[in-house]
Design a protein around this ligand. Structure first.
Ligand SMILES: *Cc1c(COP(=O)(O)O)cnc(C)c1O
Length: 375
């Protein structure tokens, strides 16, 4: 162990940093490729909401001096927009520098040494990271058909459990649970345990009877619903997300929030994007068509994916996926290996534009053919 690592808190010594998707320009630099398609981070292939872009342009050109000032630490314009859009009370909204930030705030506010947090096997990597970083114990409950086994998660509760993280739909698997499953689960959870329902992909869900966390809030004072502007609204680079909870819980998690955690351009863009229904509908339609394109293309290659309600597919490569990931990079296609999620034979592929999906499918066909032919 290196000298300063020895100085670090034991829980930090064992932390493996989050592995982000490879940036496009990095791959271009490394391999000198002209065309690179990134299907690795579940971003919106259409880019940002046009309403957000217009608001940003106006903000930068109209009053550049504002950029020299600190942002509104209370994020009023965004909270007001969220409040009007979803009928929320202002004192129940927490803004985050991405919803990652919100997840960390919950961990820092509620968890420490001696506490337990529960999440599912194959669930979003930020849950174990945030839990470990504060010295608490993470309990990963084995998945069922790759998704959350809610009854088993309820059964895993210990006297030390303070927080449970649920992702619906989950990343990287795309799996989901129904409203009735959630209701049955909540009935098993003691009222003092905080439940985080992460709906980062909620806007992509088209099923009419799907679970909607915001509607559940009045029934469960221990519930925190987190959402992001990074995916369906196309604002990943600006870093903005939010949590909705009771005023009491909101007050607690805001105690550990940095005073200016959401920058002013993110606030402006998000406040505009949240009302861009047309863009979200277009995004959802594109996603549905792209997912069908991938499912058809994958079937032709003899492959299948875990059924997904997100903007990505977790594809079973029927072999160690690491060499295929590398071969796809050489083809200019960036996808996401998920071995660190306990899925060494899968690759997670974000749904792109039609031509990006086609480029990805053609590359996949070539690398599969090469991997299957004897050397
Ligand atoms: C992408 C993602 C988030 C958060 O993204 P931010 O960019 O930090 O808002 C949260 N949860 C899940 C499951 C995600 O996939």
């Amino acid at each position: 162990m290196t000298p300063f690592l020895q100085q670090a808190r034991p829980c930090v010594q064992h932390l493996a940093p989050y592995q982000p998707g490879k940036p496009i320009n990095e791959l271009q630099r490394e391999l000198g490729l002209t065309r690179v398609v990134k299907l690795a981070s579940n971003e919106n292939p259409l880019g940002p909401s046009p309403k957000a872009l217009a608001a940003l342009q106006q903000a930068v050109q109209g009053d550049p001096v504002e950029l020299g000032r600190y942002p509104d630490g209370n994020g009023f314009i965004l909270k007001q927009a969220l409040s009007q859009r979803f009928g929320l009370s202002l004192d129940g909204i927490t803004l985050g520098n991405g919803s990652n930030d919100v997840l960390e705030l919950v961990a820092r506010a509620f968890l420490g040494e001696g506490d337990d947090a529960i999440f599912a096997e194959h669930a979003f990597a930020v849950y174990p990271l945030a839990v470990q970083a504060v010295g608490a114990r993470g309990i990963a409950v084995p998945a069922r058909h790759y998704g959350h086994d809610l009854p088993a998660m309820a059964a895993a509760i210990t006297p030390a459990t303070k927080v449970i993280f649920l992702a619906n739909p989950n990343n990287p698997t795309g799996t989901w649970f129904e409203a009735a499953d959630f209701t049955a689960f909540m009935a098993q959870v003691p009222a003092h345990i905080v439940v985080v329902l992460d709906e980062a992909y909620g806007e992509f869900v088209t099923a009419p009877d799907a679970l909607d966390g915001l509607k559940e809030l009045p029934k469960h004072p221990n519930l925190i619903v987190s959402r992001t502007l990074a995916k369906a609204y196309g604002l990943a680079s600006l870093r903005v997300g939010y949590a909705v909870s009771s005023a009491e819980i909101t007050n607690i998690i805001n105690r550990v929030r940095q005073p200016f955690n959401v920058n002013s351009l993110a606030l402006i863009a998000a406040a505009a994007a949240i009302n861009d229904d047309e863009f979200v509908a277009k995004t959802r339609d594109l996603n549905q068509a792209g997912m069908q394109q991938w499912l058809t293309g994958l079937a032709a290659l003899g492959l299948s994916a875990i059924p997904s309600r997100g903007n990505f597919l977790c594809v079973d490569m029927q072999q160690d996926a690491a060499p295929l990931f590398q071969a796809l990079l050489r083809e200019g296609v960036i996808v996401r290996p998920v071995a660190n999620y306990g899925l060494p034979r899968h690759l997670r592929i974000s749904i792109g534009l039609a031509e990006e999906n086609e480029f990805g499918l053609e590359a996949l066909a070539r690398v599969l053919a090469a991997s299957r032919s004897p050397a």
